[in-house]
Structure formats: C-alpha cells, structure tokens
Design a protein around this ligand. Structure first.
Ligand code: PMP
Length: 406
C-alpha cells in the first residue's frame, strides 16, 4: 500500500512538469543526480536575493547572516547522520572530494607494505584515489571479489584481512547495481585487525539514514546532489582521532591559525579541511534538502521506493531476453539491465526520444562491467517522486526499443 501521496509530492518538483521530445519527462536517472524540490530552490533564491556574502570573516550583517545559516546547515547534517560534534562534519564539494581528502592524507600515514582493501563494486571515485595513494606510498591494494548476483564475497574479504590492513573502503550502496553492502560486518571485521573503514555513502544517503556512531564507521562521505540538494557540495564525516591526525588537503584562506613566511599553523577542525570560500549557498541548500527529505521520512521513502523496485523488476523481467544485473536481496531502487544482442546505448537513445531519462554505459564502475563481460548496462534508478505509471511508460518504451533494434 502507498504510504504517502506521491501526487502531492510531485507538485514540489517543478522539473517534473516539463516535456522532453514532446513527451512528459520520465526521470529515472536519480542515481546520477536527483531532482530539486521548490522548497530547496526557494532557499537558493533567498540566499542570493537577500544575504549573499562571504562567511566567517565579515563583521557586517550579511556576512553574519550567511555564516549563521551555513553553520546551522552543518548542524542539520551533524544531527541527520548522528555525528558526535559539528566540527567533525566537514563540508566538501562532493563525495569525490571527501574521498580525496582522506586518500591524500593517508599518504603521510601509510608505509610500504601496508595493505588497503577496496571492493569490486566501487565507483571509480572510490578506486582511483587509492591507486594513486598506493603508488605514492608503496602500499598494496587488494580487492574484495564480487559474485554473480552482484554481492560481495564476504568469505574472501575475511581472507584478505590481516594486521597489515590499514584501511578498507567500500560503498554503502553500489551505484551500478543498487546492492546494499554489509558494511556493519566489514567495519566490525576491519576494526578487529586494527584497520579503519571509509564508507562511500553517495548512493545510500538518498534512501537510508546512516547513523555513523551506531555503525562505528571511521569516515562517511556523501554528495548533496543525490539527495534533493544542489551540485558541488557534500559532506565528509571522520572520527576525531583521524581528522586530527590527517594533514590538511589544501592550503589557503580559512584553514590557518597564524601565517608568517617562516611558519604557518593550521586552524582546528573543521576549518583545517575547509580552505578557501566554500559553496556557501550550496551548504545552506543541502541543509534544506535534508529538512525536506526528513519531513517525508526516510523509512517512508525507502518503503515506497521498494514498492517501485519490486513493480519495475517484475515488469521488466517479463520482457523476453532482458537480464537484470544485481539481484541482491538488499537493494535500493536501481534496475540495471541489458537486452540480449542490443547495445545499452542504443536502448538509452530510443528511451530518450520517448521522454524517458535513464543512464547507459559503465556508470563509472568499469570493473563491474568487466566482471559481467559487458560494455555497460541500461540503468533505471527510481526516487520517491516516481510512480508506477512512469514505470509502465519505461516498460512500454523498452519493448518498443527492443522491437526497433532486434
Ligand atoms: N560514489 C558513488 C557510489 C557514486 O554513485 C558517485 C556518483 N555517481 C560518486 C561516488 C561520486 O560522487 P560525486 O560525483 O558527487 O563526487
């Protein structure tokens, strides 16, 4: 049963009224970027209309208003993820930035022969920075293998762990397949050998409210643009002991205590990692996006999206020759598929002509495509403002594409 009124939710999203190729837009590329409700757009307009100013250094009214709003947004993030202190809640430009802050900092901590572990289900942004780190330090990169149904092999993971393991990085949810990974288990086992865990929460945060203290995770990173907020802003949470130990990522204004040409001392947390003028409006709007989603409720969102997932899976599976990749029991509302003998790009192009926006390609997760020996998939990813009627349009469009292309 529908637990909330999706028709009234849709009224909050002006973009859902537009047409693409003279067809009503069916937006199923939510795993790439979610859409923005009017409530968040209003916050952005209000910022630039009424109190746009640089923060933390001005004594004038506008600067103070902007500083207050930005710091209040930080507290919204802190509360949402149950972070112990606001100063452990770092604003970033997104998930990629958050991962790079940690990876580059670890260059000063890791030694030759140390081991770091990645999963086979990662986005390139949670692979490449660690490869760069290993090149710099001589640390060894190991990979948790995946299985045919798109889940991680936890027995193999346990075999990889040893007292050499310094860091494990894994996504909470795979962007290419929607698999929810057993991060609780990974965190527990990694801690048992003395390692730390970074969880890439980019794909989880729009659907699951993570409690970083309950998880006992060392680092958690997200992007606002996947959770009804703007692009160019995100969050890095870190345990205090690590954030104190890691060196700053960038030098500049805002991140210093004292500067002379002989020596500079750094500011405390969070400013040590927030050099330069941040995305002030973006941070404030990120807070507003969390307010918006929390007002609906993450359990309500997850339950409704699960209904969409089950409905879409059943309908798409009924199409002859269609294979869905990623059949974990624990999944977010992502359906990654191919039709036998047809290139995913060709399907995506026809879907676009019919007003249906999906993602095609390797989804920045080439190792997963290599595992399945495919060039890519068609990925339909649902959000709480999508409907079963839209899924019917997708299914009809896929059938039409299949008939045209085979
Ligand atoms: N990790 C995952 C799992 C993602 O899905 C994405 C975005 N596709 C990223 C990292 C990178 O996020 P961003 O581009 O916002 O930095």
């Amino acid at each position: 049963p529908l637990t909330f009124d999706v028709k009234s939710i849709r009224k909050d999203f002006p973009i859902l009224n537009r047409k693409v190729n003279e067809k009503p837009l069916v937006y199923f590329d939510n795993a790439a970027t979610s859409q923005t409700p009017q409530q968040v757009i209003d916050v952005i307009v209000d910022y630039y209309s009424n109190y746009n100013a640089n923060i933390h250094r001005g004594v004038h009214a506008l600067s103070q208003e902007a500083t207050d709003a930005y710091e209040q947004a930080r507290i919204k993030l802190q509360k949402h993820f149950n972070i112990p202190n606001a100063y452990q809640t770092l604003f970033t430009s997104g998930t990629t930035h958050g991962i790079n802050i940690v990876a580059s900092g670890y260059a000063e901590i890791l030694k030759e022969g140390d081991e770091v572990i990645v999963s086979a289900l990662e986005h390139h942004s949670n692979i490449v920075p660690w490869q760069m780190l290993c090149e710099k330090t001589g640390a060894v990169l190991k990979v948790i293998p995946m299985t045919d149904n798109g889940t991680l092999d936890m027995d193999a993971f346990e075999q990889l762990l040893s007292d050499k393991t310094k860091l494990v990085f894994v996504n909470h949810v795979s962007n290419a397949l929607g698999t929810v990974n057993p991060i609780e288990f990974i965190i527990e086992k990694t801690h048992a050998v003395g390692g730390a865990v970074l969880v890439d929460g980019a794909q989880a945060a729009p659907h699951i409210k993570a409690d970083v203290q309950a998880l006992d995770v060392d680092f958690y990173v997200v992007s606002a643009h996947k959770m009804c907020g703007p692009t160019g802003v995100g969050m890095l949470y870190g345990k205090e002991k690590w954030l104190e130990q890691l060196p700053p990522y960038q030098g500049g204004g805002e991140m210093i205590d004292q500067v002379t040409f002989e020596k500079t001392t750094y500011a405390g947390l969070p400013h040590k990692f927030e050099a330069g003028t941040p995305n002030i409006c973006g941070g404030i709007a990120f807070g507003a996006a969390l307010d918006y989603m929390n007002a609906i409720g993450f359990e309500t969102i997850a339950a409704y999206e699960h209904e969409l997932l089950e409905y879409g899976t059943e309908k798409l599976k009924a199409i002859d020759g269609l294979r869905i990749y990623g059949e974990s029991k624990e999944k977010t509302a992502v359906i990654s598929f191919n039709i036998e003998g047809i290139h995913p790009y060709d399907i995506g192009t026809i879907l676009d002509k019919l007003g249906v926006a999906v993602r095609t390609g390797h989804h920045c997760a080439q190792p997963i495509m290599d595992f399945y020996k495919i060039p890519g998939t068609v990925r339909a990813s649902f959000a709480f403002y999508n409907t079963k009627e839209e899924i019917d349009i997708l299914v009809a469009a896929v059938e039409r594409a299949k008939n045209m292309l085979s």
